[in-house]
Design a binder for this molecule. Structure first.
Ligand code: G
Ligand code: MN
Length: 262
């Protein structure tokens, strides 16, 4: 077992150095405005034999690997650059949502590095969302809270990812500078049949709104799921029913060109 895992880590490290990783972008649909207002950057591996695969499950065993932080840095820089490119090409500006690795929070200059990426790519911070998990927050509440406050102060939005799978505490909503809550797909995929989950999701949306937090439902695969979420006043929808994650050039075909009045 150990060997397999080591080999996989070695494969991943090589893949990173051989530039075999790329980003796909999954649209996030604004339910009220009925248009795409954001995308989530998702890592993919263009594997020499298997084609495009999702390497994310392997990263769970990569906590201590030396390439994981550089990979995370590449993801942020590449996604910000792509978002800025779409804007300069004249498409309607949208938010780019990027998953931070827990390891980033051990980075001594996390905030400064984020600032530098924004400077290099010239992306307005209002078009960047950073996704973190409940587990990352719980690691060191006061320290993480301080970092998140600095990030939010810059105009970047903070999203809690996979909400419902960790500690799922109302306390995050009260004590942390959170803008967005993403309800985990495992809650969404049993809707609307599962009465208990339907009530939990309704409750989460209601509580989040009390704190002025935007709610994104993840993993929507059917119309009845989306219909239920519309009825419950969920703000944003993400999942295969809206769109699968797409390569950058396919995302733009979903965005409206923005014509300036001149
Ligand atoms: O942890 P996070 O929520 O960021 O992971 C999102 C993952 O879920 C991505 O790898 C993406 O490919 C996958 N995904 C996105 N939409 C759907 C969906 O509608 N159904 C399922 N089963 N998976 C999805
Ligand atoms: Mn995510």
């Amino acid at each position: 077992m150990k060997n397999t895992s080591n080999k996989t880590q070695e494969d991943l490290s090589q893949a990173f150095h051989k530039h075999e990783f790329l980003l796909y972008y999954q649209p996030q649909w604004d339910i009220k405005e009925k248009k795409i207002k954001g995308v989530e950057a998702l890592i993919r591996w263009n594997h020499p034999r298997q084609g495009i695969i999702n390497p994310a499950p392997y990263f769970e065993h990569a906590q201590e690997e030396s390439w994981i932080v550089p990979l995370g840095e590449w993801i942020l820089e590449e996604s910000c650059r792509t978002n800025k490119l779409w804007q300069t090409q004249g498409y309607q500006p949208i938010a780019m949502s990027v998953n931070l690795f827990p390891q980033h929070f051990y980075h001594p200059h996390l905030f400064k590095w984020i600032e530098q990426v924004l400077e290099r790519t010239q992306l307005d911070p209002h078009y960047l969302d950073l996704e973190i998990t409940e587990l990352t927050i719980m690691d060191d509440i006061p320290r993480i809270n301080k970092i998140l406050n600095r990030i939010k102060g810059k105009g970047i939005r903070i999203a809690i990812d996979d909400f419902g799978t960790g500690y799922t505490s109302i306390r995050y909503l009260k004590d942390f500078p959170i803008n967005i809550l993403k309800i985990d797909q495992s809650f969404i995929q049993v809707l609307p049949q599962d009465q208990r989950y339907a009530e939990v999701v309704t409750h989460i949306i209601g509580v989040a709104h009390q704190f002025d937090i935007i709610v994104i439902a993840e993993g929507i695969e059917t119309w009845p799921q989306l219909e239920f979420l519309i009825q419950q006043q969920c703000d944003m929808a993400q999942g295969y029913f809206i769109s699968e994650p797409l390569p950058a050039d396919q995302v733009v075909s979903l965005l409206n060109p923005q014509f300036e009045n001149s």
